[in-house]
Design a protein around this ligand. Structure first.
Ligand SMILES: Cc1cc2nc3c(=O)[nH]c(=O)nc-3n(C[C@H](O)[C@H](O)[C@H](O)COP(=O)(O)OP(=O)(O)OC[C@H]3O[C@@H](n4cnc5c(N)ncnc54)[C@H](O)[C@@H]3O)c2cc1C
Length: 375
């Protein structure tokens, strides 16, 4: 008899959501996390319909709604002209909440459920699948520990050394770019996003709860060589859009590069990859965390519909999750292309395409794509 029905490696938003879904239905789940403190980085902010459904299923949709800002919609602008304006309908809302707050609410929910909280300060260093159970070795605050589980879910993030140790290939998918972002105070942040698809490169501006705004700037663009300082960041926004954001001391931009990958298979025997460990999706479009949650909901359903102690048959889940990841990555690739630096002739062609997608006959379908319909 293994120590746990399911052992999850990694208490990011995806691992925690799966743990909540299983625990509330009585599954014996342990969750091991190498960190000893919460992850304070602000990464994801956008929660789409599938993500909200997942949070509702895990019993924390109301807590998230109470803190999040509901986006009214967004405008796409280029060279001073509004090309498209979208409004999100009530049945497909977009909520905005910084990831560290979402993580905190997930953590609180997990602590409310029977089975205890997260086992922190445990870095999983080895997995051995013996066919009938998996042995998990972790470095801990004292001696290394060894536990067994009927099934192990590896949700240890995009760099996942465990994925590599399982010999699962990590395949590059099209789509890359370099960006910088800063979350800054803005008393007039409002409830609409603006995407500036400028010839000089993308600038995005999203309202955040609490009178703040996130600015994102494409930095692999002419005139942006070298380190992205606050001055260069502000200058890029101003020259591309005419807006001069006020960055207070300490609100320095953070740079990040974007790539897209997917594991060749998300299942290996009794071990399953989940979240960013399974697929890396560009943050442009804000889908990675939502996609991980969607996979987690479907995985929980497979586990819960299988007799306790039995390994669920996951070939169908694996195929569907890989298909969803491929579709999300193609959408992100398109969003990144809409904000790539381009010469004037290409900018004109791009502007007509955006106008067409934002025109009345296609507007609803476009809003559906942006809010992750069909994944
Ligand atoms: C700038 C930016 C903006 C983004 N915006 C959005 C957005 O708006 N919407 C959206 O849906 N997504 C967005 N994303 C993507 C989102 O942040 C990720 O998809 C999400 O964090 C993935 O969650 P995860 O739980 O799979 O992995 P992670 O959040 O990376 O968590 C993995 C956890 O595993 C732990 N761990 C690692 N190795 C081990 C080990 N060996 N043993 C134990 N624990 C281990 C780590 O400490 C970590 O806590 C954005 C990403 C970035 C960078």
């Amino acid at each position: 008899m293994p120590d746990h029905d399911v052992l999850i490696v990694g208490a990011g938003p995806v691992g925690m959501l799966l743990a909540c879904l299983l625990r509330q239905d009585g599954v014996n789940v342990a969750i091991l996390e190498r960190r000893v403190d919460a992850d304070a980085r602000t990464r994801a902010i956008g929660i789409h319909r599938p993500g909200l459904d997942a949070l509702d299923a895990a019993g924390l949709g109301q807590a998230v709604r109470a803190e999040a800002l509901v986006l009214d919609g967004g405008d796409v602008v280029s060279r001073g002209r509004t090309l498209a304006s979208l409004t999100f309908s009530e049945d497909r809302p977009v909520l905005v909440l910084p990831q560290h707050r979402t993580d905190a609410l997930l953590r609180r929910r997990l602590e409310e459920l029977p089975g205890g909280g997260i086992l922190e300060g445990r870095t999983v260093t080895g997995l051995r699948d013996a066919g009938d159970e998996v042995t998990v070795v972790a470095d801990g605050p004292e001696a290394p520990t060894r536990q067994t589980a009927g099934m192990v879910v590896v949700a240890d993030g995009v760099h996942s050394p465990l994925r590599a140790s399982l010999g699962i290939r990590w395949r590059r998918r099209p789509g890359s770019g370099a960006y910088a972002m800063a979350d800054i105070d803005d008393a007039e942040a409002g409830r609409r996003a603006t995407l500036f698809c400028e010839p000089g490169g993308l600038v995005e501006s999203f309202p955040l709860p609490g009178g703040r705004r996130r600015w994102v700037v494409r930095t692999d663009a002419p005139g942006m060589d070298g380190t992205v300082t606050a001055d260069r960041f502000r200058h890029a926004i101003e020259t591309r859009t005419g807006v001069r954001p006020r960055l207070a001391p300490g609100e320095d931009p953070t740079s990040f590069t974007v790539a897209q990958h997917a594991a060749r298979s998300f299942v290996r025997g009794r071990i399953v990859l989940l979240g960013d460990a399974a697929h890396e999706t560009s943050p442009i479009g804000g889908q990675g965390m939502n996609l991980g949650w969607l996979d987690a909901v479907r995985l929980a359903a497979e586990i819960l519909s299988t007799r306790p102690g039995r390994m669920p048959e996951l070939a169908g889940w694996d195929r569907r999750a890989r298909r969803s990841a491929g579709a999300a990555q193609r959408r992100s690739l398109f969003y990144m292309a809409m904000g790539a630096p381009v010469p004037p002739a290409a900018a004109r062609a791009r502007e007509s395409l955006i106008r067409t997608l934002g025109a009345r006959p296609l507007r609803r379908a476009t809003a559906g794509l942006i809010t992750m319909r069909g994944l």
